[in-house]
Design a protein around this ligand. Structure first.
Ligand code: SF4
Ligand code: SF4
Length: 147
């Protein structure tokens, strides 16, 4: 393939990654935040609150509540339904072999972003950063290890 061919294809690939979600699966976060998400809560959330206490990273917040990281308080990402702070979500890597929010959600509205997946390595590093007191051995739980 010629270098000029790559130059033609690359913008198409980037554009494809930015393609808007179908309405049914539209994420709870605004478009300005949609590039760095891992697990998402869609507009189908019924505000039952079941997912919030299950998150090992306290990444889930009620609509309107500010999210916190490293002692800093940040504005709510969503006002009317529960949301996930993407900077804190590890897809449960390091703690469980399945996303716990998805496991308990009665309407299956906790879903992974299919367009921009994050690698297990990146997610584990996030878990290490947020839990410096914890050791993650080689056998750490991860959804990536499920057959
Ligand atoms: S996937 Fe796991 S870490 Fe991410 S928000 Fe859900 S429960 Fe929390
Ligand atoms: S469990 Fe599902 S429906 Fe209930 S608050 Fe969480 S995301 Fe919303």
């Amino acid at each position: 393939m010629l270098a000029s061919d790559c130059a033609d294809i690359l913008p198409i690939q980037i554009e494809a990654r930015r393609r808007p979600w179908p309405r049914r699966l539209r994420p709870a976060l605004g478009p300005e935040n949609s590039w760095n998400m891992s697990t998402l809560i869609t507009e189908e959330c019924i505000n039952c609150g079941a997912c919030e206490p299950e998150c090992p990273n306290t990444a889930i917040y009620e609509g309107g509540a500010p999210w916190e990281l490293d002692g800093a308080s940040n504005p709510a990402i969503k006002e009317d339904i529960y949301y996930i702070a993407p900077q804190k979500c590890t897809e449960c890597v390091g703690f469980f072999d399945q996303e716990q929010c998805a496991a308990v959600c009665p309407v299956d509205c906790c879903i992974p972003d299919p367009n921009i997946p994050e690698s297990e390595e990146v997610l584990l590093e996030r878990a290490r950063r947020m839990h410096p007191e914890q050791t993650f051995g080689a056998d750490f739980p991860s959804r990536f290890k499920k057959g």
